[in-house]
Design a protein around this ligand. Structure first.
Ligand SMILES: [Zn+2]
Length: 140
């Protein structure tokens, strides 16, 4: 496992501005927030990504993120909407190899957003969607 900053935080060996803790997970402020109020929900168990995250633990992370999102919205922080975001893998933007679910308060013109690839405006044919859906369905 080596050194994992999130495991260190969960063990109390590194500081964090804690928002929530229970037996399965903790939530604390992102030290490099996209907007003020950006929280990370992190399982106590060291899992690198979705492939080794027990599904019931994933469900608990989502429930916790939902609860925290509602609290952010009621907190007085600038929050007209929320993103829940999970980056699974380096190519997806994951920077710490310990699963974490971002809860990001959003507001008009906050400067954050998803960038779409070239060609995004060209909609695929139904036949192409059917082929891709079959590839995925076969592996469920
Ligand atoms: Zn860890």
């Amino acid at each position: 496992m080596g050194s994992c900053i999130f495991c260190d935080i969960l063990a109390g060996k590194s500081p964090a501005s804690m928002v929530y803790e229970d037996d399965l997970c903790a939530a604390f402020m992102d030290i490099h927030p996209i907007t003020p109020g950006h929280v990370l929900v992190v399982p106590r168990q060291h899992c690198e990504g979705l492939a080794d995250l027990p599904p019931e633990l994933g469900a608990h992370l989502f429930q916790t993120a939902q609860k925290i999102g509602l609290a952010i919205a009621r907190s007085g922080l600038r929050c007209q909407g929320l993103n829940l975001f999970l980056a699974d893998g380096k190519a997806a933007g994951q920077q710490v190899a310990h699963v974490h679910l971002h809860v990001i308060p959003r507001f008009e013109r906050d400067g954050f957003g998803l960038k779409f690839p070239p060609g995004y405006d060209n909609l695929p044919e139904r036949a192409e969607l059917d082929i891709i859906s079959q590839k995925i369905r076969r592996r469920l």
